[in-house]
Design a binder for this molecule. Structure first.
Ligand code: TYD
Ligand code: MG
Length: 480
């Protein structure tokens, strides 16, 4: 066996250093190096009982072998099954990540109880809570009568011995991977080496027995699963459970899936009796949105790789001040100044006598330039008293020339909007014709002037129909 050698592993990025430094050279994180036993990785190779040094030849196969459809374990929770691509795959390992307190244990207890109620053998092992706490939660969820096998344990060898003692379970939930520790590794629980080793052994268990293993992982402040990305690489699927704890909705998002698509989300609502599926999520996201409000626009945004729909509200009101106010919540004020300037200079829309207030609903902070078009739409709609159709989403970047540029991942944004019940996207023309099949009608504009002219015409039409919300429309002249 190789000589034991201490090494220092960055807990942020997983890079191994031979000596301790205050800052990781690879990722730049400060104070993230922890001493771990380098031979701890030996556990990854598993017990080397009778292993010969000489390798064993494996049979090579061809690609054209017809595979049977994947054996799946449908949970019956439609929002979850959609994200996993039709249910958990037997013999696979899945990681569910999320902030502490977001509802991971709640969701997994509901899943475990649901499957147990349909005669699956389910083992739920909590490393974080005592059995009493797990039972209390089950009682609160109204599932305490379901035949779920529970245990409170953190030692991996004990867990594996327990699992091997009974029939092979259909589903094993380990809550959480950060609390597990293997005796074959010297490091503390939660360190990269422990997390990697425990995850690896559980994945091997899943492959060996055909059980589906779900690992719960906490997410660090920067949104990564602690014990960094190492686990993400190893498992077959990664789901993130996210949402603002002060709001009641939660989104389950697939970020990796070896057995299905990843651009699906599942939406849940946290209630007193656990998580409820939300059949029509747009109601929840944009629920407090007054549909017929002038100055309200839905922006189809992207957070990292994740599409997210947000309401942008603008209020343009006549100002009594010499220098009108410009107040922004959740967006860059310089960017607002730029959009206002382009609207004035290129489209002839004057805001100089008006205070302008702009807010991103829900306390979200947007950094994307693609919000420009939604902001411009909200500003013009508020100025003219125009109520925009509730079925529209806006996205696109506005150049200083007034040109509208498409945003990255336009198709992804539109698919998300279509899934959330929207019908029309106001944006730049799509780069590729074949991308048009997103389920949304495309209302494409290459220049801001043409969008403003459209909005002005709608405002005039609304006004003549007497639907102008009792406000006089401000005349606009779209500059050519
Ligand atoms: P939990 O599943 O323990 O979160 P995690 O495992 O991700 O850390 O959920 C914690 C929160 O959910 C807690 O603050 C209480 C709330 N909750 C409800 O609102 N209703 C419920 O029925 C349950 C079980 C929890
Ligand atoms: Mg928990």
């Amino acid at each position: 066996m190789a000589k034991r050698r201490a090494s220092f592993v960055c807990q942020n990025c997983g890079t191994t250093h031979s000596k301790w430094t205050g800052r990781c050279d690879a990722c730049g994180a400060w104070n993230s190096l922890v001493e771990e036993s380098a031979s701890g990785g030996g556990a990854l190779g598993g017990p080397s009982k009778g292993a010969s040094i000489q390798g064993r030849a494996v049979t090579l196969s061809s690609l054209d072998h017809v595979e049977k459809p994947l054996p799946r374990l449908a949970t019956g929770i439609a929002e979850l099954d959609r994200v996993t691509g039709g249910g958990f795959v037997r013999g696979s390992a899945l990681l569910v990540g999320g902030d502490p307190g977001i509802g991971k244990s709640t969701l997994l207890m509901q899943v475990a109880a649901g499957l147990a109620g349909r005669s699956a053998r389910v083992v739920y092992i909590s490393g974080e809570e005592a059995l009493g706490q797990v039972r209390l939660r089950a009682e609160r969820l109204g599932v305490s009568q379901r035949p779920v096998h529970i245990a409170s344990e953190t030692n991996l060898e004990d867990i594996l011995a327990t699992l091997d003692a009974g029939d092979v379970p259909d589903l094993v939930v380990l809550d959480s991977i950060q609390t597990l520790w293997s005796s074959s590794v010297d490091s503390a629980p939660g360190t990269v080496t422990q997390v990697r080793s425990c995850a690896q052994q559980m994945i091997r268990y899943a492959k060996r027995t055909g059980a589906c293993v779900i690992l719960v992982g906490h997410v660090t402040k920067d949104g990564q699963i602690a014990g960094p990305r190492v686990v993400e690489h190893m498992v077959d699927a990664v789901l993130y459970f996210e949402g603002d704890r002060t709001h009641h909705f939660r989104i389950l998002r697939g970020v990796k899936n070896r057995f299905g698509a990843t651009d699906e989300i599942g939406v849940f609502e946290m209630t007193g009796g656990g998580l409820q599926e939300v059949g029509n999520p747009s109601e929840l996201f944009l629920g407090d949105r007054l549909v017929e409000t002038p100055g309200s626009v839905v922006f189809a945004g992207l957070e990292g790789t994740r599409p997210i729909l947000v309401e942008i509200q603008a209020l343009v009101a006549p100002s009594a001040l010499g220098t009108p106010r410009r107040a922004v919540v959740g967006w860059d004020s310089n960017r607002l100044a730029m959009v206002l300037a382009v609207l004035e200079a290129r489209c002839g829309v004057r805001f100089s006598g008006h205070d302008v207030y702009l807010a991103v609903a829900g306390g979200l902070r947007l950094t994307e330039p693609a919000a420009d078009l939604a902001v411009a739409g909200a500003l013009v709609a508020s100025l003219t008293g125009l109520s925009l159709p509730a079925s529209q989403v806006y996205f696109g970047e506005i150049g200083l020339s007034g040109a509208i540029r498409s945003a990255p991942q336009a198709v992804l944004r539109m698919k998300e909007a279509a899934r959330l019940g929207f019908e029309e996207a106001v944006t730049a023309p799509l780069a590729k014709e074949r991308d048009a099949n997103t389920g949304l009608r495309l209302n494409a504009h290459t220049r801001l002037e043409s969008l403003v002219a459209d909005l002005a015409a709608s405002a005039a039409a609304q006004k003549t129909q007497g639907a102008g919300a009792g406000r006089d429309a401000v005349p606009l002249q779209a500059a050519q």
